[in-house]
Write a protein that binds this ligand. Structure first.
Ligand SMILES: [Zn+2]
Length: 104
């Protein structure tokens, strides 16, 4: 298969566009297996030096309100949601993408 001519920067942009499109589909169809697959691809890409956007916390379930991957957080007494996600979830998602903790 011939190599497609693309700069590293263009490839990274295309990769993240594809990840966002698949994440949108996973959210639309509430498909947790698809989020698991996205997490694998993101971790593999990150291991090769691709800067992967953590996308808030959507790749991880929430340790505060138990929201599943792809779903927004809900307010819990004493734990206000900032944007769509709890800060604890955003932190967890970043650690999972960085390979510091295993996927929950
Ligand atoms: Zn939450």
């Amino acid at each position: 298969m011939p190599l497609i001519k693309m700069t590293g920067e263009q490839a990274a942009v295309q990769f993240m566009e594809g990840m966002r499109e698949v994440a949108a589909a996973a959210t639309r169809y509430r498909d947790e297996e698809l989020f698991g697959a996205l997490l694998k691809m993101a971790r593999a890409a990150a291991s090769q030096g691709v800067a992967v956007e953590p996308q808030g916390g959507q790749f991880a379930p929430c340790p505060v309100c138990d929201a599943a991957p792809g779903r927004s957080c809900i307010n819990v007494p004493g734990h206000p949601v900032r944007g769509d996600f709890h800060p604890e979830r955003v932190e967890l998602a970043a650690k999972v993408l960085a390979g510091e903790v295993p996927p929950p």
